[in-house]
Design a protein around this ligand. Structure first.
Ligand code: MEV
Length: 438
């Protein structure tokens, strides 16, 4: 039974490893060696990683792959993707190649507003707090001027601040709802700093002007950015003549387009399917978000809340045919950045950004959205034609072989054999058994 430990964070890394492996593992030496094996040989790189978080013991690898042949607004890109799911990079590359020969992807950023809120309670007449806010708004904003200077120079800063009465939700609940632009930064620190100084100024003014507020004070609950970003939107789209779809399964291009549209319609109307449909979109989105050092939890939270904005969770993408042209598009919120945060610290993030030509935040929004759309198209194409397992299990073959401890010779032979046979755990097991007897 784990009794816990006092002052763990104060131990050295070596002491932490010693304690954790002795306290929790049957074979502490093996557990320790595994951790050490994953350290980087370059002590500077290792130190950087250790300093990202508290109590860091080692590194946790994820593969970084690339998907070439993306044509976005006429410009070619090779997209870096960090993901463990075996078929995702292959699917993105396939879709990129498919659309490369059909005009590529078109993309536009619709807006880049981010939101932060000061949540507070006021137990008085709503009209009084509204007029108090109106009177004091310039002073409330003034406190952010000093640290907004740089952001304003880069084209960002506070765009709008308003007081919203939310007392229909919780008695006495109001908020200062602030809209920001943060140029090429994700901007979380800037937004939270602005909000905290706005909140303390607002509280101070309320304390000093208690007569105006008829003795009712302002009780600040918290100040924090919102990861719901329905005004920080990007649209990615593709189109091609229906006749451009290569006939498969005896289908015409029209049959294929119809099937894709039916699949999207189901995701629009039915939440169980919508969640999986959107998970396919996020396979592409998250992989690029991770490779470029952005906060995938924030993106996930923002995207899924956007998918439910109507009150029903629905598809993020849309597909239709107009005048014999097939269109598919994806609109998602992406509050990301290309400066600050991990972008300067993580060597592989720097590498990924350079691979993309060191994009500004708007360009990166477009690249991420396109990868999401490519992934969604690739998933639907498989689902409505061969089914997902054929491609999935082909890509999964190496994982299965590794899990079964296959030798390099066995792996080579299996790859050749399974070009013509259906992959399953059972089939691979049987193949290895037979092959070993030869
Ligand atoms: C698997 O990671 C993603 C899919 O399930 C997406 C979808 O069903 O559209 C294939």
């Amino acid at each position: 039974m784990d009794k816990g430990i006092e002052g763990f964070s104060k131990l050295t890394k070596a002491q932490k490893i010693e304690w954790i492996t002795r306290a929790h593992f049957k074979n502490p030496e093996d557990a320790k060696n595994l951790l050490l094996n994953y350290w980087n040989n370059d002590s500077d790189i290792q130190k950087k990683h250790d300093e990202f978080i508290e109590n860091s013991l080692t590194n946790f690898y994820m593969p970084l792959g690339v998907a070439p042949n993306f044509l976005i607004n006429g410009k070619p890109y090779t997209v870096p993707m960090v993901i463990e799911e075996s078929s995702v990079v292959a699917a993105a590359s396939n879709a990129a190649k498919f659309w490369l020969n059909r005009g590529g992807f078109k993309d536009e950023v619709l807006d880049t507003l981010k939101v932060g809120q000061v949540h507070f309670l006021f137990n008085g007449d709503p009209e009084i707090i509204h007029s108090f806010f109106k009177k004091n708004k310039p002073q409330v904003l003034e406190v952010t001027e000093e640290f907004s200077k740089n952001m304003i120079r880069r084209g960002g800063g506070i765009q709008n601040i308003k007081l919203i009465d939310k007392s229909h939700l919780i008695p006495n609940y109001f908020q200062l709802h602030v809209e920001f632009k943060t140029a090429d930064a994700m901007g979380a620190n800037f937004i939270n700093s602005c909000l905290e100084s706005i909140a303390s100024k607002f509280k101070e003014l309320a304390q000093n002007d208690s007569k105006y507020l008829k003795g009712e004070g302002v009780e600040v609950v918290m100040s924090i950015l919102s990861n719901y970003a329905p005004k920080c939107l990007v649209r990615a789209s593709v189109k091609c003549p229906v006749s451009d779809f290569i006939p498969e399964n005896g289908w015409t291009g029209n049959d294929f387009a119809k099937k894709i549209i039916q699949a999207v319609e189901i995701a629009k109307k039915e939440s169980y399917r919508a969640v999986t449909h959107n998970k396919g979109v996020m396979n592409g989105v998250d992989a690029v978000v991770l490779a470029t050092g952005n906060d995938f939890r924030a993106i996930e939270a923002g995207v899924h809340s956007f998918a439910s904005k109507s009150g029903q969770y629905t598809s993020l993408s849309n597909a239709f045919v107009k005048n014999d042209i097939f269109h598919m598009e994806l609109v998602i919120p992406l509050a990301i950045g290309t400066i600050g945060g991990l972008t300067r610290l993580h060597p592989m993030v720097k590498w990924s950004l350079e691979l993309l030509g060191n994009p500004d935040a708007k360009t990166l929004m477009k690249i991420i959205a396109v990868t999401g759309l490519a992934q969604n198209f690739a998933a639907l194409r498989s689902l409505v034609t061969s089914g997902i397992q054929k491609g999935h299990m082909k890509m999964h073959l190496l994982n299965i072989l590794n899990q079964m401890g296959a030798s390099e010779d066995h792996k080579k032979a299996a790859i050749i054999y399974f070009k013509k046979h259906i992959v399953s755990v059972k089939a691979v097991g049987e193949f290895l058994k037979k092959y070993s007897l030869k």
